[in-house]
Design a protein around this ligand. Sequence first.
Ligand code: TXE
Length: 441
Amino acid sequence: MGSIGNSDVSSFKLPKIKFTKLFINGEFVDAVSGNTFETIDPRTGEVITRVAEGGKEDIDLAVKAARDAFDKGAWPRMSGFERGRIMMKYADLIDENIEELAALDAIDAGKLFSWGKALDIPQCSQLLRYYAGAADKIHGETLKMSRDLQAYTLREPIGVVGHIIPWNFPSMMFFMKVSPSLAAGCTMIVKPAEQTPLSALFYAHLAKQAGIPDGVINVVTGFGPKAGAALSSHMDVDKISFTGSTDVGRLVMQAAAQSNLKVVSLELGGKSPVIIFDDADVDMAADLALLGIVYNKGEICVAGSRVYVQEGIYDKFVQKVAEKAKAWVVGDPFDPLSQQGPQVDKNQFEKILSYIEHGKREGATLLTGGKACGEKGYYIEPTIFTDAKEDMLIVKDEIFGPVMSLMKFNRNCDEQFKHGKHSVEINPCRCHLGQLLLRIR
Ligand code: TXE
């Protein structure tokens, strides 16, 4: 059952930690307070290293650097083509360091090393290249107002942008936010999640190597209530882009409203449904439904956590998905046999286990999994509940872990859902890919 893989991973060379300080105005510096915090390896629960703990004073310094770089620096003033050329160089440097970057996310976030190498890190350079190509294609419009009057719009960079990122995709989230801002000519402060600061600091180093001018990208590691709150309430930040929990999203929006009414983008949680009809290929449906909940250990806002199966294939589907979940290999992210690594930290691990207990107490039937595995670290078995009901917490709340709730529906599902208090909510998760961080004048 979701066994811990057995291959020897002790021979894998763990990455050397090179960067642990804040990156402000092109330099790695200590926090003004001199404080540091531990970043933990979820494979073992042990400390990897200590990282500078940025606070309000450090955010002030980083915002000043970004403001100067925006008001007086070369980045917003150079041609889009030139910005794109430097971004291409940045992307090449990421490709040259794939192994080290994937290894950093494996020890800091528990992400599978093989998937990091094949997916997460290559997607970072892909994002940079995509937006590099957009940097010289930023056009306004010409509007014919009347026979004698013509108007036009110009797209300009919005200014200094604050990016607050979560821990589930430390690398991809960094570039989903940073790449469009760079293309637009903005300058920025990135606040990585406290659980996963290591790869962000490496990306700061690569930005400098690529030739991105000082002050354009600043990285302030630290905690949300201090560094994150200081960024979202800062009077000299023009836009804040946040990905994380719905509760903190609300705080960020409040802070923006109560300070300088900065523009806000929020990408929050989700509770995504998977719907499987009678005519589906049961084997394939079981594969995909399982992948939908165990991908990235379920720590993804589009995890398929509620699975609705039509009654004609329900029993067959339950049997198949249970077989597959039992064969799923949970283990060290460096083990090539592992299909699922540890949850990101102790908090998340305990939160998921407490939801599982809730599910049992609420009367759902545990089909597979349901407990932690391994002697150390934050590993959890792929867990499937049947007999789940719409009003159970496991069906309503975002668990953000490998926990699937299975529900049967029949041909009259319209009626069933209408009268059964069906609570499909609009997924508040939004994609940032289309966001170029420009304003129209
Ligand atoms: O998120 P937080 P957490 C959901 C998921 C998960 C839950 C909690 O359900 O179980 O959120 O995760 C910073 N002002 N998602 O507690 O706290 C924080 O430092 C400004 C979904 O880790 O929202 C980090 O950088 N910033 C999501 C970032 O916000 C603050 C991915 C996210 O942390 C702050 C992650 C404050 N007051 C979690 N407090 C997705 N959509 O993918 C914290 N932060």
